[in-house]
Design a protein around this ligand. Structure first.
Ligand SMILES: C[S@@+](CC[C@H](N)C(=O)[O-])C[C@H]1O[C@@H](n2cnc3c(N)ncnc32)[C@H](O)[C@@H]1O
Length: 414
């Protein structure tokens, strides 16, 4: 089987069965001769999905069959994104692929569209929002919503940011310090730079060279925004902390390291994800209590018991789309409306577990106001005994920040 066929099979699975690229990649990647090539091509197609849909609509009289759409997208990415493949080879290889996957009937059509694409790409739309949607390959309804919230210029800026190629790592100060980690990274020749915004953090080129530091729990990969969310939560020694949606455990582990006498209860609704929290805690050398819990269901035994409650709720994940391009594939407004009900229940229940004077933190890795500021506004209106202390959007900046939202509230009755 050719590597292009592996790509075709993965993408067919992603589009038809609505499984995410990362998941089906791991299942089928073993069949590839060149894994890097297959990974790059699959992600390349997903990253350009909206743009290629637009090109295909402009270049064809009626919508082609799904299989032909996938073939065209593979061909377009080979032409645009694979410098090592000349245009004529990209077209020929895609035509051969159409035969290999049993779609020889469409090979003449594929050949014609891709040759025309090599000669001239369709013009971009004139309308600002539509143009930005195609240029950045973000669905139009998301772009329009962002423009409403942040204005055209800001939206243009953050949607055009490429993800930073170095990964954000937090030093485990229970085991080492930043100088110790830097000395080890220097000794293996790993590329890194200190994070000017977060203490004890660096950006590092992830790979084999840094793996031993990760395995030994000297560092962990935790995004800059996740670290900032933990800083905002302000957990101090002696605090009892409840992490309502904790897996894989990044924030719980941070809190447990914030003081010798911090007690953390880490909950998640999925049993298999609790094991991820346990592994994370073991690797980093901290102690957590871990419990299976559906955060949408009120648990009386936790009432008024915690100094800090974190609701890091499941969300549409649009703030990390630059790293996970498949988040745009099946998310429409209706799907998001379903998520907000779950989020509201988790926030409401979480608030009832906060002690008088305690802190309630709500966070998401998305930028849509329905899941963020609107949620907080509604909650505060119905819960006058909470006061907003801080509310913040983080926008992708190409220098390590993801799209993220945090709101910190204080319970003001005793
Ligand atoms: C954004 S992730 C949490 C990330 C985590 N706080 C961290 O920093 O590593 C959301 C988590 O919520 C969990 N989740 C989804 N629905 C839930 C529910 N009803 N109750 C509790 N956890 C839930 C998911 O399994 C997922 O692990």
């Amino acid at each position: 089987m050719s590597d292009l066929k592996v790509c075709y099979n993965i993408l067919s699975q992603v589009y038809k069965q609505q499984t995410y690229g990362s998941i089906s990649l791991t299942g089928k990647l073993g069949e590839a001769k060149n894994r890097d090539f297959v990974t790059r091509l699959v992600y390349g197609v997903l990253q350009n999905n909206v743009k290629y849909d637009y090109y295909i609509a402009q270049m064809t009289a009626k919508k082609p069959q799904n299989s032909a759409v996938i073939l065209l997208k593979i061909g377009m990415y080979c032409i645009e994104g694979m410098d090592s493949m000349p245009d004529y080879a990209a077209v020929n290889n895609t035509v051969e692929l159409s035969k290999e996957v049993g779609k020889q009937g469409s090979s003449g059509f594929i050949n014609g569209v891709l040759k025309a694409f090599c000669r001239k790409k369709p013009a971009l739309p004139q309308d600002g929002a539509q143009r930005l949607s195609v240029e950045t390959s973000v669905p139009l309804w998301v772009v329009k919503q962002y423009i409403k919230q942040f204005g055209l210029q800001k939206t243009q800026e953050f949607l055009s940011c490429k993800p930073y190629e170095l990964e954000h790592a937090r030093i485990n100060t229970l085991k080492t310090d930043i100088k110790g980690v830097e000395a080890k990274l220097d000794s293996v020749g790993a590329e890194y730079v200190e994070d000017p915004q977060c203490a004890n953090c660096l950006f590092v080129r992830n790979g084999q060279k840094v793996r031993p530091l990760f395995d030994a729990g000297l560092i962990t990969f935790q995004s800059q925004t996740s670290v900032k969310c933990c800083e905002i939560a302000g957990v101090k020694d002696g605090d009892e902390v409840l992490d309502m949606c904790a897996a894989p455990g990044g924030k719980s582990v941070y809190f447990a390291g914030a003081g010798e006498n911090v007690k953390v209860l880490s909950c998640d609704v999925y049993h298999h994800r609790l094991e991820l929290i346990q592994q994370y805690a073991r690797r980093m050398g901290v102690k957590l209590n871990v419990r299976l819990m559906d955060a949408t269901v009120y648990n009386k035994s936790l009432a008024n018991a915690y100094d800090v409650v974190l609701c890091d709720v499941p969300c549409s994940g649009l703030g990390v789309a630059a790293k996970k391009p498949d988040v745009y594939l099946f998310k429409d407004k209706d799907q998001i409306f379903g998520i907000t009900e779950t989020q509201a229940k988790i926030l409401e229940n979480g608030s009832r577990y906060v002690r008088g004077g305690g802190t309630l933190v709500y966070s998401t890795c998305t930028l849509l106001k329905d899941e963020n500021e609107d949620m907080i506004k509604k909650f505060l209106k119905q819960n006058r005994h909470f006061r907003l202390e801080e509310e913040k959007y983080f926008l992708p900046d190409g220098k390590g920040s993801d799209g993220f939202f945090v709101a910190k509230m204080r319970r003001i009755d005793k």
